[in-house]
Design a protein around this ligand. Structure first.
Ligand code: ADE
Length: 431
């Protein structure tokens, strides 16, 4: 395995050192929009809550996760990061993290599966006490290796998990009683999923589609598969840009909610015939499947905003196609054998917001990564009393993040009077 080391012993495997100046400028721009994380970083720099602790992250390597790595380093941690998706790494950010901020980075945009897992291994080789995952690939790697009999791995004290898909995988492990150490499900914090998943995914997915295609969204029929927090954000933003939005769902409550939010709801086979743009953000496999492709309009755009590239059945699409050619950067055009219809897939079916744009804006990642930073501090203080369970972020952290964000935005709110508190904790007063 390749391993490069700088003069100051920072390890790395990145695309190009020469990109560091551009990366630093972009990191500074993002940091300027992450005031909550900055306040935490400043406190961390004084209190050093992670002094000499090895922290290993598997996150999208972006300007925003750079901010988190810098805050953890300010806390005294020895920080390493690899990518949580082969196509989301910003190579300029990776270079700046290594050469300007002294952080170990193992990530190259466009890397193959072998390199992706080698880089995870390089992070694990630093023996992290705390790991941060986005999709649970580090945790799964550790658990697979352990279940294959490798008991020599030192298990982390605990790990955090950033995303819905990762939390689903980890709850499955917990259910099978196979979880080897505690997890903090950062995704489940209110200040994470209600904002990052909805407003972050909503805006950045549209951003990805537009950057890749320059398509006018107004007047299009825009199909959103799923109506969880991410997909409802996408539906809302597409509608705001003038699209006629159709939602597909399997959950009757969510389907009903989509109807009452003003969207058309119908089965995927019907929606497939109508969509000019079809995007999936369900977290499930083969949502856009082989039997849907022949029904689609000529020239349709397909995108995925779920964590893994499994939502569009690309193998199935390839099997139905005469040829595949890149028609724009990050846009592959598949020509169907029978009808000669063209189907355009964005970002190789990987997260369109990170593959074709820059991911969620810094203002919203400020909330998510404030939760991550404070959860790392919480783990360092409390790991010995945590069990092998999936925990939510302590409410005190979640509330502190919301309160700080309002404060930095200059927004005041009311507090309950004594009379109101008493009323809310009593049953006597009615009609
Ligand atoms: N996930 C979605 N957007 C992101 C970003 N900007 N940075 C890191 N992870 C992300």
């Amino acid at each position: 395995m390749q391993s490069n080391v700088t003069n100051s012993n920072v390890q790395f495997d990145i695309k190009n050192e020469g990109l560091k100046t551009a990366g630093k400028k972009r990191i500074e721009w993002a940091l300027g929009r992450m005031p909550v994380l900055t306040l935490i970083k400043e406190r961390f720099a004084k209190e050093k809550p992670l002094n000499n602790i090895s922290v290993g992250a598997c996150l999208h390597v972006t300007t925003e996760s750079a901010g988190l790595m810098i805050a953890l380093k300010a806390a005294g941690a020895n920080v390493s990061i690899c990518a949580s998706n082969p196509l989301s790494t910003q190579d300029d950010v990776a270079a700046s993290l290594v050469f300007d901020y002294g952080i170990n980075v193992f990530a190259i945009r466009g890397e193959d599966n072998e390199s992706y897992y080698n880089h995870i291994q390089q992070v694990l080789d630093t023996d992290p006490k705390i790991t941060l995952d986005d999709g649970a690939d580090v945790i799964a790697t550790i658990h697979k290796s352990y279940s294959e009999g490798n008991r020599s791995i030192t298990l982390p004290w605990a790990s955090t998990e950033e995303t819905t898909t990762g939390v689903i995988r980890l709850k499955a492990l917990e259910k099978e009683n196979r979880l080897l150490y505690p997890i903090i499900a950062v995704n489940d914090a209110q200040t994470k999923h209600l904002f990052d998943n909805r407003y972050g995914t909503g805006q950045s997915s549209l951003d990805g589609i537009i950057r890749a295609t320059n398509k006018l969204i107004a007047g299009t029929t825009f199909v959103v598969c799923g109506y969880g927090w991410c997909s409802r954000g996408i539906a809302q933003k597409a509608s705001g840009l003038g699209a006629n939005v159709i939602v597909t769902e399997v959950d009757p409550f969510k389907a009903l909610e989509a109807v009452m939010d003003g969207f058309r709801v119908m089965p995927m086979v019907e929606a497939s015939k109508l969509g000019d743009i079809i995007i999936s953000a369900t977290g499930d496999i083969n949502v856009i499947d082989t039997h849907h492709f022949p029904l689609m309009k000529d020239g349709v755009l397909l995108a995925n905003s779920g964590h893994f590239n499994v939502e569009i059945n690309l193998e199935g699409l390839k099997g139905l196609s005469l040829e595949v050619r890149e028609v724009r950067p990050l846009v592959d055009e598949y020509t169907l054998k029978n009808s000669k219809k063209k189907i355009n897939v964005l970002g190789e079916g990987r997260l369109v917001n990170l593959a074709c744009a820059e991911g969620h804006p810094a203002e919203v990642m400020d909330l998510s990564f404030a939760n991550q930073a404070l959860s790392c501090e919480y783990i360092s203080k409390n790991h010995s009393s945590l069990e092998k369970k999936v925990y939510t972020v302590p409410v005190s952290i979640d509330e502190a993040v919301a309160t700080l964000k309002l404060k930095v935005m200059g927004i005041g709110i009311d507090t309950l009077t004594e009379e109101q508190k008493k009323y809310l904790s009593s049953w006597q007063i009615g009609t």
